[in-house]
Design a binder for this molecule. Structure first.
Ligand SMILES: Cc1ncc(C[n+]2csc(CCOP(=O)(O)OP(=O)(O)O)c2C)c(N)n1
Ligand SMILES: [Mg+2]
Length: 279
């Protein structure tokens, strides 16, 4: 990736953060921290790699994406709206009665959402099933998944890990949003979740660890993962919960937090500055 491509992705990341903050602020409360930490991974996938057609979400041959940490739906909705899966105005209905944008991802309600998620630990199993199905049906699309460090504490994730390597699912690429925080605090207190490269490697995966807000590093890791034909890949992205939100970044209370209209105005102004800085 050249420097102008990187700048354009950085600009898009700031824009997606702004759309997500506006979306959550319209409701007044939401999953801010875990939405902000995944933005670079989402932007890299949706604006550079995923083979998708927003006009045809049901296309069988396209790539698929499973957002296992379903509570971070707001960030994915901002991306899907921006890509044209549904009108951007719909973002203002987040988690309100009758909405098609519930707080957690729902494949039966939102165009472009490939799996219903929210119960931690289940997303990777679904991704393994989809990847196996693609292979059995000789579909060309790859399957991408994003899990949180909270997902990593669930036994089902490791059952999925075993299955994926046993079936040699080279068409599966997963990311871990390794922000080292969960709902109530840091992983050191909740559940020690370290040595992830060693753990995934020992389960037969091709595992890498990179700075998760660095497009060049993420892209390089993804290229290597895509070149793997016989093993599933895990990219552990070192991220920061609440990334790029002054006063919120890194705060343990940013999991599901209120945003006042006044606070939203300041955050939006700060994100607009970031957008302009990478113009
Ligand atoms: C099986 C299950 N247990 C508990 C929860 C409640 N819960 C929602 S988000 C969350 C923390 C998730 O941590 P992580 O995966 O690291 O995501 P992050 O908070 O970093 O976005 C918890 C415990 C849940 N959704 N599913
Ligand atoms: Mg986390």
């Amino acid at each position: 990736m050249n420097s102008s491509e990187i700048r354009s992705l950085q600009r898009k990341a700031a824009e997606i953060r702004r759309l997500t903050v506006e979306e959550i602020a319209h409701l007044g409360i939401g999953h801010v921290g875990g939405s902000m930490s995944i933005v670079e991974v989402l932007v890299l996938l949706y604006y550079r790699h995923l083979k998708i057609d927003p006009r045809d979400p049901a296309l069988e041959t396209r790539d698929k994406f499973v957002m296992s940490k379903g509570h971070a739906g707001p960030a994915l909705y901002a991306v899907l709206a921006d890509k044209g899966f549904f009108p951007t105005a719909m973002l203002q209905t987040l988690n309100q009665g009758g909405t098609n944008l519930p707080s957690h991802c729902d494949m039966n309600r939102t165009p472009g959402i490939d799996m219903t998620t929210g119960s931690l630990g289940q997303g990777l199993s679904a991704a393994v099933g989809i990847a196996l199905g693609h292979r059995l049906r000789k579909l060309p699309g790859r399957v991408f998944a994003l899990i949180g460090d909270g997902d990593t504490n669930e036994g089902q994730t490791w059952e999925a890990a075993m299955s994926a390597s046993m079936f040699g699912l080279g068409n599966l690429v997963a990311f871990t949003d390794y922000n080292k925080m969960q709902i109530d605090g840091p992983i050191d207190v909740i559940m020690k979740t370290d040595q992830l490269v060693d753990r995934w490697t020992s389960f037969g995966w091709f595992a890498q660890q990179v700075p998760g807000h660095d497009f060049a590093a993420l892209d390089e890791a993804l290229q290597k993962a895509l070149a793997e034909e016989k093993r599933p890949s895990m990219i552990i992205a070192d991220t920061i919960k609440g990334k790029d939100l002054p006063g919120i970044e890194g705060d343990y209370n940013n999991h599901n937090m209120p945003i006042s209209a006044e606070q939203a105005e300041q955050l939006v102004a700060s994100l607009r500055e970031l957008e302009e800085a990478s113009a």
